[in-house]
Design a protein. Sequence first.
Length: 244
Amino acid sequence: MLQTVFPVALPYTLGWDVAGTVVDGAGGWAEGDQVIGRLDAGGTAAEYVIARADVLAPAPAGIPLTRAAAIPVAGLTAWQAVHEQVKVTSGQRVLINGAGGGIGGFTVQLAKLAGAFVVATASARSAAVVTAQGADQVVDYTAGPLPGGMDAVINLAPIRPESAAGLAELVRPGGSAVSVATPIPAYPHFVTRNDPAQLRELVALIDAGALSLDIAQTLPLSELPAVHARSEAGQTRGKIILIP
């Protein structure tokens, strides 16, 4: 089933996010350096990983290295959605659909840092966390309609096509929208690219205390199959860290 989405050779080790200590340095990295990165070839759900030197960035100094594994994929996706796709500016009203997920936490905070009024959809189990991350208004998507007149809509949730069409109707004339999950009609759908320079920007914000991480759980790597099963059943929120 995986090969219908990603053409990989089996057996294949899952995982794109990595945080760790350099064992054998190259390209300016030395043994003992603490780094993070997104590995497009996968393979990070392991005790040791081989990574190209130019895709890595220094890990944040202000948080434990294990927590830093939550940054690369979700952080880059949020950064590119906010700053490149819808180009959030101060004073805009921005709706973030699916704010309770791992990408959502970064997206809410980055939109707030850009000066937006953030409306976030989240379930009851995620509402308090999303509010703490800076959302100005949290809407339970199961309880009623979402507010319209948005300058920008960022969709992070896999939703039904009719719901995606409804999101498009919430954008004001001349506004913008983007989706990293179910496409929104008439608006772009994008796949995150690897960008170590943006990773360094995210790390700087974390070390400055301007950006926080929503770590829901830290588990041993042996729990990986169970974590995937819970994710497929929609029973996870935030980021889950796996430690070898």
